[in-house]
Design a binder for this molecule. Structure first.
Ligand code: GLA
Ligand code: ZN
Length: 689
């Protein structure tokens, strides 16, 4: 059965290629040259107007669209499309001077001066009205323009504001949520340190000059910031919809940016987009480069973006053509890496490859940031040729538009869980290693070409065979029941140490952990958790004849839960310390399914062996039925009938892959491939079955 999504916009049923384009920094003569170069670069989508407010409204109420009219027409004449931005990410100086309330106030209550970008209040009625007006003008003027493809809302929404209006809005949000102060005081456990509130007006957002120790407050503030940002974004969308009801909207997200819960924003977007800036070729502490590990980490984030709208293709809104100027070292991409990293996004579900930026600006902060067109101004550069090469490759992959993947495996990475976990003082300080743990579990699937969805705990689990929930510290209402139902119906759960500790208010479940139904599902209870210092290790010693055929021993780091088995079976025990011999890995048969508990943070070999056994036993979907050499990734997209497998070599050396008797056509070269196939350094092949 066909299983595809419509293209981002029906008028362009192709993969999109292009970048942030700032004609407002240049003169019409340069625009003509840009059009010539765009064709040579095989670019068909330009993101225009992202920071163009001053060029669009140079004085209050005086609008100057002539330059943008010309650019939109030129794009259309050249068979290219506009990803047209709303300019709220940065405002003109006159706006800040006339309405100082639009400037952001910091947690220390100091109002910012005009400057930078993203420096605006999320609540200010004036700012909302001004953004509404400029958006409506853009929509009225360009809503039916043949070049308009999609709206690019603002730019990388982020940050928070502590002005009087934002604080009042926070209090109103709390009142709507809790109804009574008693309910709030209970949820925030304010009897602690005599923090009981007796009036709504006493509540302030967390601040280094005020309150930081009330975890429920910290959590609600973060939720509020997400809601207020979403509300701000919806105001922007409403303006666009008045004149352009059928043009899709997106905004560029920032991967696992901790400041906003993207699961709350995604439902308001037609398409998800994100900005990806990996540090390719960066040497680690030992001086060795691990692009393979990095590739898996980037894949994890691509998969979040695909999962945010249930599998719908996303947009790689920004990436760099070569060197990123804000990194410690602006390292240029080694030959081959540009095509590889670009197509990796497509492999994981992007229908676009876009860059920051088209043309290097001449002055200011980003004048040395990688671009398609360098200051030299012509096309005879390595980077330009690499970009054009990606463009020709994307033109050969038209059949992939709208296709997706339906994985059997999901990993839970949950923003609110991250917030609460990392806010807690204990069992370690600061970052608890949650994101890292999720990425390490993910790696075991990536290594064997097993597609994965990365979801939050509110999503539907029933469509998966395997649900991996590392460090599920927070369990919001109903989540434990849904996990129980998933396992009961035959699903396989993998849970770890430090799970089921707190409820949605960051209040600890009484009666021991894991709390709620998780205890019954996992068949264990944990009495203590031992946190290890960096460099310390324990051991996981598998029982002989364990069902997973784990051999071990494996190293264990960071955390060791000391658990008691209730209904579960012990598969491995600790090798050292006073808790040697106590359970380190258990499995509980619950209903038709199985629930594994990893009491400690096992090393990569442990995760690899564990998931290798589970993937084989459960016959989970693999992108390619082949043994992948180290550093070679395989990722599937399908339209429900035809399959397209991206095979990508992240090694700085050639690799060979045995496809067995299966035969494929490489869509990039037209070659028919079967048996042993040689992959060059950073090579990509797209195998159509
Ligand atoms: C972000 C922004 C862009 C640009 C790039 C530079 O992603 O959205 O405007 O500043 O960083 O890497
Ligand atoms: Zn404010």
């Amino acid at each position: 059965m066909k299983d595809t999504y419509p293209p981002i916009n029906g008028k362009a049923p192709v993969l999109l290629h292009g970048g942030d384009y700032n004609p407002d920094q240049w003169t019409p003569g340069v625009w003509e040259e840009d059009m010539r170069l765009m064709k040579l670069a095989h670019c068909n989508a330009m993101s225009v107007g992202i920071f163009a407010w001053a060029a669009l409204e140079p004085a209050e109420g005086r609008f100057t669209f002539d330059w943008l009219d010309r650019i939109m027409d030129m794009l259309a004449e050249n068979e290219a499309y506009a990803v047209l931005a709303t300019p709220s990410g940065a405002r003109p100086a006159w706006l800040a001077r006339t309405y100082p309330e639009v400037l952001r106030v910091r947690a220390n209550r100091q109002r910012n001066l005009f400057g930078q970008r993203h420096n605006h209040c999320l609540t200010s009625p004036v700012y909302r009205q001004k953004t509404y007006t400029i958006n409506a003008k853009l929509a009225e003027r360009y809503g039916n323009h043949p070049a308009l493809l999609i709206w690019h809302l603002s730019n990388e929404y982020n940050g928070e504001c502590h002005c009087d209006m934002c604080r009042a809005a926070f209090r109103a949000w709390l009142q709507a949520k809790y109804g009574t102060l008693d309910a709030l005081n209970h949820a925030w456990w304010t009897a602690f340190w005599s923090h009981t509130y007796s009036d709504w007006g006493e509540i302030d957002p967390p601040s280094e000059i005020g309150e930081t120790s009330v975890h429920g407050l910290n959590l609600d503030w973060k939720r509020f910031v997400t809601d207020q940002t979403t509300d701000f974004m919806r105001n922007e969308i409403a303006a666009l919809r008045t004149y352009a009801p059928n043009v899709p909207v997106t905004t560029n997200l920032m991967g696992t940016f901790p400041g906003l819960n993207y699961w709350k924003m995604a439902p308001h977007l037609d398409v998800v987009a994100w900005d990806s800036y990996p540090r390719w070729h960066k040497p680690g502490p030992e001086g060795t480069v691990d692009d393979i590990g990095l590739a898996s980490e980037v894949a994890f984030v691509h998969d979040i973006n695909r999962s945010l709208k249930g599998g719908r293709p996303f947009m790689l809104m920004e990436s760099v053509t070569s060197a990123t100027n804000w990194m410690d070292a602006a390292k240029v991409k080694r030959p081959g890496m540009h095509a590889l990293s670009s197509l990796q996004a497509v492999a994981h579900g992007s229908d676009t490859v876009q860059y920051f930026q088209w043309r290097k600006s001449r002055g200011s902060a980003e004048k040395f940031h990688g671009a398609v067109v360098d200051h030299v101004g012509h096309e005879k550069t390595r980077v330009f040729r690499d970009v054009a090469d990606v463009g020709t490759k994307l033109e050969k992959l038209g059949d992939i538009v709208g296709t997706t993947v339906r994985p059997d495996v999901a990993i839970i990475y949950d923003w609110e869980n991250a917030w609460a976990l990392n806010d807690a003082q204990g069992p370690r300080r600061g970052d608890k290693g949650y994101l890292d743990a999720c990425k390490r579990h993910y790696r075991a699937f990536w290594d064997r070409g097993v597609p994965v969805d990365v979801i939050d705990m509110d999503q539907d689990f029933t469509k998966y065979k395997v649900l991996v929930a590392p460090m599920l510290y927070m369990v919001r209402p109903g989540v434990d029941e849904r996990i129980a139902a998933f396992v009961k119906a035959g699903g396989t759960l993998v849970a770890t140490y430090w799970s089921g500790i707190v409820d949605e208010n960051d209040l600890v479940f009484l009666g021991g952990w894991p709390g709620g139904k998780l205890r019954k599902v996992l068949g264990i209870w944990a009495e203590e958790i031992d946190a290890l210092y960096p460099g310390e290790a324990n051991q996981i010693v598998p029982d002989e004849d364990n069902v997973l055929c784990l051999s071990g021993p494996y190293a264990a780091h960071d955390y060791c839960d000391l658990v008691h088995v209730q209904d579960a079976e012990v598969l491995a025990t600790y090798g050292q310390d006073f808790y040697a011999g106590r359970p380190a890995l258990t499995v509980n048969h619950y209903g038709e399914g199985e629930a594994y508990y990893l009491a400690t943070n096992g090393d990569d070999r442990f995760l690899n062996d564990l998931y290798g056994a589970l993937c084989a036993d459960l016959d989970v979907l693999r992108s390619l039925r082949a043994d992948l050499p180290r550093g070679v990734s395989a990722q599937l997209r399908s339209d429900g009938e035809r399959t397209f497998v991206f095979v990508m070599n992240f090694n700085a050396q050639p690799a060979s892959l045995d496809l067995g008797t299966a035969s494929y056509t490489d869509l990039l070269t037209g070659e028919v491939l079967t048996g042993v196939v040689e992959l060059g350094v950073y090579d990509v092949k797209v195998l159509a079955a």
